[in-house]
Design a protein around this ligand. Sequence first.
Ligand code: NBX
Length: 839
Amino acid sequence: KKTAAAAAAAEPVQIEDDRTGLSVETLKRAFADNLFYIQGKNADIATLNDYYMALAYTVRDRLLHRWLGTIKAQLKPKVKVVYYLSAEFLMGPHLGNNLINLGIYDQVRQAIQESGLNLDELIAQEEEPGLGNGGLGRLAACYLDSLAALEIPAIGYGLRYEFGIFDQEIRDGWQVEITDKWLRYGNPWEIARPEATVEVKLGGHTEAFVDGAGRYRVRWIPGRTIVGVPYDTPVLGFKNNTANTLRLWKAEAPESFDFQAFNLGDYYGAVNAKMYSENISKVLYPNDEPMQGRELRLEQQFFFVSCSLQDIIRRHLYVGGKLENLDKNAAIQLNDTHPSIGIAELMRLLVDEHNVDWDTAWQITQDTFAYTNHTLLPEALERWPLSLFGSLLPRHLEIIFEINRRFLQEVSAKFPGDTGRLARLSLIQEGPEKFVRMAHLASAGSHAINGVAALHSELLKRDVLRDFYELSPEKFSNKTNGVTPRRWIMLSNPELAFLISESIGDGWIKNLGELRELERFANDKEFQSRWRQIKLNNKTNLTEYIRKRTGLVVDPHSLFDIQVKRIHEYKRQHLNVLYIITLYNRLKQNPELEITPRTFIFGGKAAPGYFMAKLIIKLINSVAAVVNSDPDVRGRLKVVFLPDYNVTFGQRVYPAAELSEQISTAGKEASGTGNMKFSMNGALTIGTLDGANVEIREEAGEENFFLFGLTTEEVYALKARGYNPWDYYNGNPALRQVIDQLASGVFSPGEAHLFEPLVDHLIHRDEYLLLADYQSYVECQDRVGEAYRDQEHWTRMSILNSARMGKFSSDRAIREYCEDIWGAVAVDVALEEYVQATA
Ligand code: NBX
């Protein structure tokens, strides 16, 4: 090893122009070369996928020197690295994004064209890594993009699920789940690093002993051992030299384990144990909110967190760091409580394995970790039964008990005699079945706790984490979410990006606040008409896509009214449906009625075990079937459910939207991030005062936002005095008609009772207050329809929405995290002379 390194130092590898050059000629040559030597194909037999792979490798070659340069620049003493721990990273397709960040989109388009192919078709070949459920996973991806754009040293740590979020098909109106074999054709963007494999222990028991220095110690005798193999993916900064790393862990069986069994002649047992080990990173749990106490899920969480912490410590020691100073070199962010077992694991690593005393270890842990909460829904808060927890992680349970004992002592000192408070704050929930409360572990073990929108952060302090706030108010802050304008404007809406850059320069891509300069074009007729034309082009593209995917023909001149997000009762896709039926009824009653033609587009997956969400999908499709085929409607209303909503499809849909549906019950949506993507791309929002909608409206101006519905305070008040949905049903004839139709099978011919569970829930309980908000929503939607008739005014509002979304760049959010929580600063990456290629 030493000789190889010495040789390399003496004589740097001469990298050929074919691997770094950016001229069209070089790109064409490299592309043909990769097709031949990597795919083993030539033009006679190459498939579209071969061409995609050849191009992907051509692009990968051109980022490797940045990646290596970044590792070299960041693996140094005194550099502070952000470690973003997340069970999910919804990265979306890499190819187009990497072209943009490398600044070689145009050359590559030309090179591919001159090779007789079409770049868009190759880009469309990429199967996106769907390693997340929704907003939380996509937020992690936007944050990695911004960290690299801002040249902040960062590593994203997570799980390399072999199967990501399922692919959704719709059969007979129902969701059907198909396994997501995303690695089927190989993944050109990742590089395995088996040399950095780590071991993770599970199960077994603990033993106390006294060490040589007379200290009381504990050792953990595990029941089994798993190894984690890292797979690294580069994350490029926008037109800079930074390429950070997303490191995802794959679970494997340790080799020694196989050998043992082989020696005993138990071949089947050995292979079976291997399969069992590999199970851990096999599949992403497709449930977003309600928490399910599955053992494998806890194994996944502990597995990737333990791998990551060992890796972090190894890096820290490698650069000569002392464990006492870990917090000076590392900021570890917990993306919700999913990785919060890391608090106990770091304590174990420090105290048991590195012999650090408890108080020092606790100080280091608290100073290193920070926790982001993403939900207020009580049923979503993670808690693990003590029995399950203790059998999988016996040592961690002991550590949590000790953390809790000391923590409650502090609480007692601050609030003497307040036993109620002790019970509420305890990391352990008492009762017939006891639980470990992960949000409490995360809160006690972190120096910073944040919500993801202003309203959400306030509600956190008031409700879910109220006692923690009273105990340590200085830990709390708000970090309103953001999204990356590189993927969500430049890549997905290139025509709009071009118009913006032509009008105000291209500084907005790195500094989204500059979009404000568009305000001066809001009344400009010429600009307005180009703005409208781009929207129409994007709508026409989507129209074509809808026709291909569903066979439905929709009118690109109708109002494109879109709701895409996971299907959830609190997100109220069915409130949207209630309005569609209301419009339909008006048309049936008066076929000559003048209405604004609309296309209602839905997309989103339901958790496979979430009955009501699946019924909502069936409802949308059933209403679509009736409305779309009724001659009285004369095509003025169309309802479309587009299957398999994912990042790739999002990139098509946001640019084509005119109305963004953000209609959750106030107080339930922590932030939302789709709301930001829509608005940046010129859609107006119809929304409640929930999550980041509040701030979007503040920025856009209330006159450019369609507000409806109860506020959070009103929701609380109404529930406190006893909400009775019946009153709304009885008091509103239009609503009553809609509900009666659903109950009597108007939209489910031959299955009159199909929607009964939904109707029952609405009229008897209506937890999410659809009936209470119905009238306000209908009136607001009617105002939208009216407003759309004045295209000039609508366009003005649209331009102003885009112009004022600067705040919602993930660059702004990441700057705030860096300054207020991480204490991380940019590190310059220098490239080696010999690879500084130019176009
Ligand atoms: O996180 C989402 C919130 O619902 C959004 O309001 C917010 O904008 C977004 C980013 O902060 N939460 C979310 O997506 N949760 C999950 O996907 C999830 C996944 C697994 C799980 C629980 C929740 N066990």
